[in-house]
Ligand binder design. Sequence first.
Ligand SMILES: [Zn+2]
Length: 85
Amino acid sequence: MPTPGGRHAGRGAALAVDLVCGREVDEGDVDAVTGHVAGGAPERAGGIGAKRFYRGRWYYFCSLECRLRFMATPDAFIEDIGGNA
Ligand SMILES: [Zn+2]
């Protein structure tokens, strides 16, 4: 099967950290179900994860529940990791 985009970095190559619960989320798994459209990703409760585009970058979450908690107070979670200036 040809893969759109052609990238095949292998599993575990792109792990994001869920800022809400601290769990590691495989970005590839989330992208596979949500697509790459900023702000327009369909909501899927497939148990794989969720992501959200906020302030110029994607944030990944283990579940829609964590994403909802993030969106309630996004700055609180972002400030918690101190940023990277
Ligand atoms: Zn989570």
